[in-house]
Design a binder for this molecule. Structure first.
Ligand code: ZN
Length: 286
């Protein structure tokens, strides 16, 4: 699989009848970042994002299938509310995982990326964007206070130069503020875990989110874990700034090595295809 295969699948979604889509911005290396909307604009709206950690691109493949599934439900009149989906937040990072530095056009950037990657040509475990910033610690939510944060460009955990220094992060926060969703789900790999409850949230909101996490767990059977020691992520930022329920779901069995690939898609899709529908319904009942 190469990055163009993923873009082909994403761009095929445009032809689904009644689906809306928009390019909400471009990555550091000028790749488009798409959002799709399925369902109605009345009622609660969910926002989902995937592919923010490069080696976790199975989350992008899952969301592409999920958009088709939600669309089928919509056509059958079985969907209420709406779903915004950003399937690929970090296309430059995913391109590095799939194709290495041959995915980068400038020689100087190839050299810099190899240096950041400890001189290696193997980018299969890369998590960061094209500048060596880990996007999921670059959000403005207790930024730089994480237990695993690092402060130099790296394949993972570099928080960036200041909160929202990365354009992919800025694009996502601007869009999120614009639509003000009722609930968000960030899709990652791996471990079959549902994270909820950013530590600064008041107990009442943590209890609210736990009720929704229980509903999600009834569908996918994943364990529910309260977020500890992690800051600067998209879910953290949503919790802190919007105070709406925000979850991070780690798909894929813990025993499978990174990067989880398309061979794992059918299992995680069957486990999780009803998760967005059940979670959005649960928002009405908490
Ligand atoms: Zn991740």
């Amino acid at each position: 699989m190469v990055i163009q295969d993923i873009y082909n699948s994403i761009e095929n979604l445009k032809s689904l009848e009644g689906i809306d889509y928009l390019i909400i911005g471009y990555s550091t290396f000028f790749r488009p970042i798409y959002v799709f909307h399925v369902g109605t604009y009345e009622g609660n709206q969910m926002l989902m994002e995937g592919g923010i950690h490069a080696r976790e691109y199975l989350s992008t493949l899952f969301l592409i299938e999920e958009i088709k599934f939600l669309h089928e439900q919509f056509v059958n009149g079985e969907l209420s509310g709406g779903y915004y989906v950003v399937p690929l937040v970090n296309p430059d990072g995913v391109a590095l995982v799939l194709e290495g530095v041959s995915s980068v056009s400038c020689n100087i950037q190839k050299d810099i990326l190899k240096l950041i990657n400890n001189g290696s040509d193997d980018f299969s475990l890369w998590k960061a964007n094209g500048l060596g910033v880990d996007l999921n610690v670059n959000f403005d939510a207790e930024w730089g206070k994480g237990t695993q944060n690092v402060f130099c460009p790296s394949s993972e955990n570099f928080v960036g130069y200041y909160p929202e220094s990365e354009r992919e992060v800025k694009i996502l926060t601007e869009f999120t503020k614009q639509i003000y969703p009722s609930i968000t789900i960030s899709w990652h790999t791996k471990g079959e875990v549902i994270y909820y409850g950013f530590y600064t949230l008041p107990p009442k909101l943590i209890a609210r989110d736990y009720q929704i996490a229980l509903k999600i767990s009834e569908v996918n059977g994943y364990s529910i874990v309260k977020t500890e020691g992690s800051v600067g992520g998209f879910s953290d930022w949503v919790s802190l700034n919007l105070e709406v329920p925000a979850f991070t779901i780690e798909i894929g069995n813990q025993n499978i090595s990174h990067p989880l690939n398309e061979e794992n898609l059918s299992v995680v899709f069957e486990q999780n295809k009803y998760v967005p529908i059940v979670a959005l319904k649960a928002v009405n009942n908490v």
